[in-house]
Design a protein around this ligand. Structure first.
Ligand SMILES: *[C@@H]1O[C@H](CO)[C@@H](O)[C@H](O)[C@H]1NC(C)=O
Ligand SMILES: *[C@@H]1O[C@H](CO)[C@@H](O)[C@H](O)[C@H]1NC(C)=O
Ligand SMILES: *[C@@H]1O[C@H](CO)[C@@H](O)[C@H](O)[C@H]1NC(C)=O
Length: 498
């Protein structure tokens, strides 16, 4: 979920206080430690996770990752039909929390999916407990088995990242403020997990996310892909990265610009919601907004000018949706006041999730570190840090193209009622993407896909790239359309056509 949706929050921050050191992009793999060869005999990986304790963490380390370790415990909660684990991947002073659920089908054979929510700064507990996890929070104190969970046919991770989000923490106040920096920890996390839990070694792996995940996932998957070379050099089995999946994402910010207007001023999904005067003013701002963003963020990155352009575009093109309408920006078919948006992102269940995750009994069951304070769906500090770095204004689509060229498949799925990361913009960037499959992809007509004989949305697919809409769903597709979302994922994992 992109949560800093009040454009003022993003805009003001980026213009008033962004750091001037933002020009340089972080490079991957300045991670501590090396992947030097190691003696296989020194290390006995865990063959079976179920030997782990439920009351205490077991700490695992690995000579190929000298700076990292894993604390993991069994956590019999949420889905009693499968084995569930929680823990931390410790990267020196940085500690990333994860939930891991085995597949309800065949954990020994099924693929592994890693899921992250967006923000930046939002916890994957939102995905788990309100979207497609094995259980849903039903009130402040209770969860309920969720039949349409994505672990129906896959082993699933939910990860709180970067540090500072959800139950993840750092020892000395370290922070992460760019996606490239966050990717270093994620690639390490993935490397060390597969090396430790040997039964999953070499297993087909998919990285999935939503919203700001449209930026995270292509960068994270690229880090995992590039890391493989070093893993192999160090005698470690490479990660079998098969695909990425992005739901209602922000990937190519530049291609999205016009869609913020189209979604509320044309019948792109529903009847126009803004008045004519506002729509005309928005439309007139588009050429200037595009020109400035192109000059200052796309053609070359200039932190001051890119920040100023972004502020202008936010106030001209996204501001009116918050000030002139009472719509839920994640679902234009619903109303939501500014107060509700602030309080609970327009979804009251997020408050129930927070209450549930603050119960001492739940915290101890999960093994949450005492250092972690009250649960917050989204961390303001992380959101602001990323905004200060203008992290959103980076050309993430190039990572997608690079993955496609290397045989990693890409699923871009979009609930059509969402405004904030909408289908108009996502369709546009997938059509404009520069890669060797470009022509094959755009030549493919959009056609219906169905679930149980009923139209679920539109799709097109070529050379490994699939674009797909889910009609009647907002930003959080599995929350609104659990059945369609599960069918979609299962077909994708099966490699079947839509
Ligand atoms: C909350 O749930 C626990 C465990 O299911 C139960 O023992 C407790 O009575 C519940 N508390 C309330 C206030 O419902
Ligand atoms: C949250 O829990 C309360 C009961 O504690 C319940 O009345 C309410 O409906 C729940 N909200 C949602 C959105 O599930
Ligand atoms: C549930 O928690 C919310 C705050 O997150 C609180 O406002 C509400 O009163 C709680 N409901 C109950 C039944 O305790």
């Amino acid at each position: 979920m992109k949560w800093f949706s009040a454009p003022t929050a993003l805009g003001l921050v980026s213009v008033l206080s962004f750091s001037l050191s933002t020009g340089a992009q972080q490079t991957f793999f300045n991670a501590p430690g090396s992947y030097a060869s190691y003696d296989e005999g020194l290390f006995t990986p865990l063959e079976d996770l179920s030997v782990l304790s439920e009351t205490q963490f077991t700490t695992l380390s690995h000579p190929a990752f000298p700076a990292y370790s894993v604390r993991v415990k069994k956590s019999n909660f949420c889905d009693e039909s499968v084995k569930a684990y929680t823990g931390y991947i410790d990267i020196q002073a940085r500690h990333l929390f994860f939930y891991f659920f085995e597949s309800r089908n065949n954990p020994e054979k099924d693929d592994v999916i890693l899921w992250t929510n967006g923000g930046p700064g939002c916890s994957s507990s939102l995905g788990l407990f309100m979207e497609h996890g094995p259980c849903r929070v039903v009130d402040n104190n209770t969860t309920k088995f969720h039949p349409e969970s994505w672990n129906s046919n896959a082993n699933m991770f939910f990860i709180d990242q970067p540090i500072g989000v959800g139950f993840s923490y750092a020892d000395y106040g370290e922070t992460v403020s760019t996606t490239e920096e966050a990717a270093v920890d994620i690639a390490s996390f993935v490397g060390i997990f597969f090396e430790h839990f040997r039964k999953f070694k070499g297993r087909a792996f998919h990285m999935a996310g939503e919203s700001y995940g449209g930026r995270y996932i292509p960068v994270f998957a690229s880090a995992v892909f590039d890391q493989n070379k070093r893993l192999e050099e160090g005698g470690v089995t490479p990660i079998n990265l098969k695909s990425i999946m992005i739901g209602n994402g922000i990937t190519d910010f530049y291609a999205m610009i016009e869609s913020y207007w189209a979604m509320v001023c044309t019948p792109a999904s529903l009847a126009p919601v803004l008045d004519i005067g506002t729509c005309v003013a928005m439309k007139q701002a588009i050429p200037r907004c595009k020109k400035w963003l192109k000059e200052n963020c796309v053609d070359q990155f200039d932190a001051i000018n890119c920040g100023a352009s972004a502020t202008f575009c936010d106030s001209a093109l996204t501001g009116p949706v918050f000030t002139q309408s009472n719509k839920n920006p994640y679902d234009l078919s619903k109303s939501c006041s500014a107060e509700e948006l602030n309080l609970n992102l327009c979804y009251p269940i997020t408050m129930n999730i927070s209450s549930y995750l603050d119960i001492p009994r739940v915290r101890s069951q999960l093994g949450v570190h005492p250092k972690v304070g009250n649960f917050k769906s989204c961390s303001n500090a992380v959101g602001i840090a990323f905004a200060q770095q203008l992290d959103e204004y980076r050309p993430t689509q190039h990572y997608v193209a690079a993955l496609l060229e290397r045989g990693v498949k890409v699923l871009i799925y979009v609930g059509t009622l969402d405004w904030i990361c909408n289908h108009v913009g996502n369709q546009k960037w997938t059509e404009e993407l520069e890669w060797s499959g470009h022509e094959a992809f755009v030549d493919e007509p959009l056609r219906e896909w169905t679930v149980d004989g009923k139209k679920a949305g539109l799709t097109r697919s070529a050379n490994g790239l699939t674009y797909l809409t889910i009609e009647g769903a907002g930003h959080m597709v599995p929350y609104d359309k659990p059945k369609e979302a599960l069918k979609m994922v299962n077909r994708w994992l099966d490699g079947k056509d839509f």
